[in-house]
Ligand binder design. Structure first.
Ligand code: NI
Ligand code: MN
Length: 228
């Protein structure tokens, strides 16, 4: 059993019996997060999709305290190394196996400047394979046709975590199209309602995906999705 706990925005905490992994650990400044960075004592890994503050988030604090391995693009991995954290660099199209699972970076159409405006490589999506289950976290991105390739080459995907908030990323209708291309078993919306620019109703996404015969579910902040 794998548990995906949603902390709002694009922040997911993924647990199996052995490992805890965080993707885009944005807690401070995230109105939906019910936990604080300092509350985590153990963390195997932190995966970062791109350099924006709402994705790097509290990564340095959590990685320093827990010794978690930070896995991201080369530039972001260096950023974390320079802040005294353990890191492993990947780049788009590349993957590597770790004790906690396999991580592959995919393309994302977005930007990746760091907290001080410094360039931090290219933005990415992530395919995490853990206990034989495949989880796709799209990061921040617009819709792209190569999602079909991600679904075919990394698939079958068990879960697709997709931004739906519009303005900075896909909106609902583009995210609904993404579910067709990816063909994941379950689609879960993220990156909405955190800021005034990205207010949408996630139930509209779920209804539209279901109307096309696919599975989708809203996971409220603080709640979990159990992947069996
Ligand atoms: Ni971003
Ligand atoms: Mn973002």
């Amino acid at each position: 059993m794998i548990t995906l706990k949603y902390h709002g925005h694009s922040c997911w905490e993924i647990d199996n019996a052995k490992h805890r992994i965080m993707i885009d650990p944005f807690l401070s400044g995230n109105q939906f997060a019910k936990v604080k960075a300092g509350e985590f004592d153990t963390m195997s890994a932190i995966l970062i999709t791109h350099g924006h503050g709402d994705h790097i988030g509290d990564g340095v604090e959590i990685a320093k305290k827990t010794g978690a391995l930070v896995v991201s693009n080369f530039e972001i991995a260096n950023y974390f190394s320079n802040h005294g954290c353990n890191s492993h660099p990947l780049h788009i199209g590349g993957g590597a196996a770790f004790p906690f699972g396999h991580v592959k970076l995919t393309i994302a159409h977005h930007a990746s400047t760091g907290p001080n405006g410094e360039p931090l490589g290219n933005p990415a999506g992530i395919v995490l394979t853990i206990d034989g289950k495949r989880i796709y976290h799209a990061g921040d991105t617009g819709l792209f046709l190569d999602m079909k390739l991600i679904g075919e080459m990394s698939g079958p995907l068990d879960i697709a975590l997709l931004p739906i908030g519009d303005n900075f990323t896909m909106g609902i209708d583009d995210a609904v199209k993404a579910t067709e291309l990816l063909n994941a078993r379950v689609n879960i919306p993220m990156h909405y309602n955190t800021f005034p620019y990205i207010v949408v109703d996630p139930r509209e996404f779920v209804a539209k995906v279901k109307a096309r015969g696919r599975e989708a579910q809203v996971v409220a902040p603080g709640e979990c999705f159990e992947l069996a």
